[in-house]
Design a protein around this ligand. Structure first.
Ligand SMILES: [Zn+2]
Length: 89
């Protein structure tokens, strides 16, 4: 039987947050990160960053997908980076 993916099976575990200031305009920036679990198994880590009240600055989403925990290493995981922003074309 093919494995099905349903969002209801995923749990988000926020583990950290940090704030800073944009290099170009000193507006406050925010970063959050954590893990995504599927039925007790960790399947990904996520990192999201944005500039507060500055949608023109876009947002970044980093996903590290794969196996986590004892007996695994970074070669068991893949990195996907997404930049969210308005298109100028
Ligand atoms: Zn800025």
């Amino acid at each position: 039987m093919a494995k099905t993916y349903q969002w209801q099976n995923y749990q988000i575990e926020p583990t950290g947050k940090d704030s800073g200031h944009c290099n170009c305009c000193q507006t406050k920036t925010q970063k959050i990160w954590g893990f995504i679990h599927q039925e007790e198994i960790t399947i990904a880590a996520y990192f999201v960053g944005w500039t507060i009240d500055s949608p023109d600055h876009g947002a970044t989403f980093d996903l590290i997908l794969g196996s986590w925990g004892e007996g695994t290493s970074s070669t068991d995981r893949a990195h996907a980076a997404l930049n969210f922003g308005s298109a100028s074309v």
